[in-house]
Design a protein around this ligand. Structure first.
Ligand code: NOJ
Length: 734
């Protein structure tokens, strides 16, 4: 439809019809078994159901076609209904959770992954996904850290931008792509105490420099939608914040697409104490520029009245409706309302998709310890022990449409490799402690103690038979994701008991940790010979893990987030501001900024990860010691594979602005490159330092660089390397 026709359509619509384009209702109104997170079925009135512009939580070519046919018949202007779904890290073929994808430090792989998700979801009738989540996360207590790509703004920016590109492709009408939604605007990840939905308090410079960066970079890729966040920020709920939505999002970021609230967030402004009632909440949402009200009912019940009384102008309403109609038009829905609903069967898992997922898993695994070269595994007798050894529960939260039965467990993958006489499996313990609380309630196991005694005895016997134990531990997938904040980052007690018992057998232990968040691993490190983070790896989890354990693939993942010694260090991140009393390296420590009972830094820092081979770094250098705004400096280092296996390494560039009109972080990731080297070969890795990489939100409240000294590290992780130095000088007249 051309612009004129769209405007003519808008002119033809009644106020009620326009309002309803701004209303999203749960898919459970159309299909009883929809995946929803809020209201009960049947709360929505008939006219809303008939006219609502969009719905969420349902998929399936056949199902959606039926709903659309009925809807189109009843809609006075035959404007198609838009179907949205949380396709976060997979539709049918489920990839590692986003935190795991972050660990691969490979935006191009993430783009390809998003493209596959889009292809599968589009073939199931889905028009838009609520992804990427570009929230910066520095707090492992917050369960949604699993949905982020980590604690670093540069890494997150590149990953979120790659996801938008992958989902949307070059042309949104392309039936193999879907619309993307950058969320949750803004600073949802900064919830106080790591408690989900909680308030955030952030200075404007921390907000701008750290938290807003990745949304901004993703928005440059022109996503169809942005979603508001649940939290209040500096006293104003994000969903009602004109500063965030108008000044930053629309004016500064130039976002032209549809702004949707999170589920119920318009109505939640009442609980925040910011809106008096639903009508007031609808008004505040509209004034902040929220186009679609996701499931709070405020727009559907009160917006028409607000327009009729003049509290909301017809121009404002029309502008919002036009954005929604444009989105439908961009997706080609006016030409084909049944887009993606034509196939009888919907998408199927393909070998190609599985291969992509398998490679994504292998690239996401982070090797933290490998004492005496325990890994790769030898052709020993191997026992696979632990609740994750043979579970299909390898998908994380938000894998609504991925089916467990398609998942390959570690044991299943191992069985393809090792002869029966060389392998054994034992669960060792229950997945969770007794009566553990998950996102959706209490997980109760009958005869828990008896069951665990039996499992432990069996596991010890199995370990005694083996040469090496692959111990598969971790946090159940229902313990990360939305509403899963935790005040403890320890593995379940029952799993720690299992580890101690297996250690007593004296066998080599390779511990694998399946998790959606950083955990406390000091004891696990001490009791294991090798330690690897496997995240929640998805459909091809077992294969990807075995590819690394056997050495078929080389481990190259790096931590996208700091792993703490203890939960008391949270929020924990490497790019902190310096203090006036930094802790010295060798003491004296009194009256310096430190904990009496713990290190300041992480047990395993951001960017950390081992390989099976060794790399030597030499000849770090800068091409000049001075640069002006118009010049650049090349930072380079030579990396040599000095071991006897092929291996991958992610070379990281960090920069520190030593003195500024505002304090600057002790170091910040400025670039990274992933290379693979054969034994005995070397490569010189170069980065270009440009003035724009040195800008920050200055005391003069603007983005600018300031002249002075900068330190540069070209290294292996955020805690590594010796700095080089250069000066930024301003040309005369600046
Ligand atoms: C609430 C979550 O916060 C958001 O991320 C999600 O997209 C919506 N529900 C829709 O399911």
């Amino acid at each position: 439809m051309d612009k004129k026709a769209l405007e003519a359509l808008l002119k033809d619509m009644t106020i009620e019809e326009k309002v309803m384009q701004l209303v999203q209702i749960p898919g459970s109104e159309y299909e009883a078994d929809a995946e929803i997170t809020g209201v009960e079925r049947g709360q929505v009135k008939d006219n809303v159901k008939r006219l609502a512009g969009s719905t969420l939580g349902i998929w399936g070519a056949k199902r959606l076609r039926k709903i659309q046919e009925q809807y189109m018949k009843e809609h006075p202007h035959h404007i198609p209904l838009m179907f949205m779904l949380d396709v976060i890290h997979g539709h049918k073929t489920v990839l590692p959770c986003p935190l795991g994808q972050g660990a691969a430090f490979d935006p191009e792989a993430v783009r390809k992954g998003a493209e596959m998700q889009a292809r599968e979801a589009a073939a199931d009738g889905v028009h838009a996904t609520f992804s990427p989540m570009a929230d910066l996360c520095r707090d492992a207590r917050w369960g949604r850290i699993m949905e982020s790509t980590g604690e670093d703004k540069l890494l997150n920016s590149r990953m979120a931008a790659a996801m938008v590109e992958g989902y949307q492709g070059k042309d949104r009408k392309d039936p193999e792509h879907i619309a993307a939604c950058v969320k949750h605007f803004a600073a949802y990840g900064a919830a106080e105490g790591g408690r989900d939905y909680n308030n955030t308090e952030l200075s404007e410079h921390t907000l701008r420099e750290h938290y807003l960066r990745s949304y901004g970079e993703a928005i440059k890729k022109d996503p169809a939608m942005v979603m508001t966040s649940f939290n209040s920020i500096n006293g104003i709920p994000a969903t009602g914040s004109t500063f965030l939505m108008k000044k930053i999002l629309r004016e500064e970021f130039g976002f032209q697409g549809v702004l949707i609230s999170d589920w119920g967030a318009v109505g939640e402004m009442i609980n925040h104490g910011y809106a008096e009632d639903m009508k007031d909440a609808a008004l505040k949402g509209m004034l902040a520029g929220v186009d679609i009200d996701m499931c709070s009912g405020c727009y559907s019940t009160h917006l028409e009245e607000l327009v009729n009384t003049g509290a909301v102008s017809v121009e404002m309403l029309d502008a919002a409706v036009l954005r929604v109609l444009n989105m439908k038009n961009d997706l080609g829905l006016f030409e084909d309302p049944y887009r993606g609903c034509n196939a009888e069967t919907g998408p199927v898992i393909t070998e190609e998709g599985r291969q992509l997922a398998r490679e994504a898993v292998a690239a996401s695994l982070v090797l933290l310890e490998n004492k005496d070269k325990t890994l790769p595994l030898r052709k020993d007798k191997i026992a696979f022990i632990g609740p994750f050894a043979d579970t299909k529960r390898l998908q994380s939260a938000w894998a609504f449409s991925g089916e467990d039965e398609n998942t390959v467990t570690v044991w299943e993958a191992a069985s393809e490799i090792y002869a029966p006489e060389n392998r054994k499996v034992a669960a060792g313990c229950t997945m969770m402690d007794q009566d553990a609380v998950t996102a959706r309630g209490i997980c109760h196991v009958e005869n828990w103690q008896q069951e665990n005694d039996r499992l432990l005895a069996e596991a010890v016997r199995t370990a005694e038979w083996a040469d090496t134990v692959v111990l598969c531990l971790g946090e159940d997938s229902t313990q990360s994701g939305e509403a899963t904040s935790k005040a403890s980052l320890k593995l379940p007690a029952v799993q720690r008991d299992l580890l101690r018992a297996i250690r007593k057998t004296g066998k080599k232990i390779v511990t694998l940790i399946f998790t959606g968040r950083p955990l406390e691993l000091e004891e696990v490190r001490d009791l294991s010979d090798a330690l690897m983070i496997c995240w929640l790896p998805g459909t091809e989890g077992g294969h990807g893990v075995m590819d690394i354990l056997t050495g078929k693939c080389a481990p190259s993942g790096r931590l996208p987030v700091s792993f703490p010694y203890t939960v008391g260090q949270e929020p924990l991140h490497y790019d902190v501001y310096p203090t006036g009393r930094p802790k010295p390296v060798n003491g004296p420590f009194e009256y310096t900024s430190r904990y009496l009972d713990c290190e300041n830094g992480a047990l395993y820092p951001f960017g950390y990860g081992l390989s099976y081979t060794d790399f030597a770094y030499s000849d770090p250098k800068l091409s000049a010691q001075k640069m002006t705004d118009a010049e650049t400096i090349t930072a380079s280092i030579t990396v040599r594979n000095t071991g006897d296996r092929r291996g991958g390494v992610t070379v990281q560039l960090y920069i520190r602005d030593v003195t500024g009109s505002r304090v600057r972080p002790v170091r910040e990731l400025a670039d990274f490159k992933k290379i693979t080297l054969d034994p005995g070969t070397e490569e010189t890795v170069s980065f270009t330092i440009k003035e724009e990489m040195l800008r920050f939100w200055t005391a003069g409240e603007k983005w600018a660089s300031e002249p002075g000294k900068f330190l540069v590290w070209i290294c292996n992780d955020s805690n590594d390397g010796q700095p080089l130095e250069f000066q930024l000088v301003k040309a005369k007249g600046e």
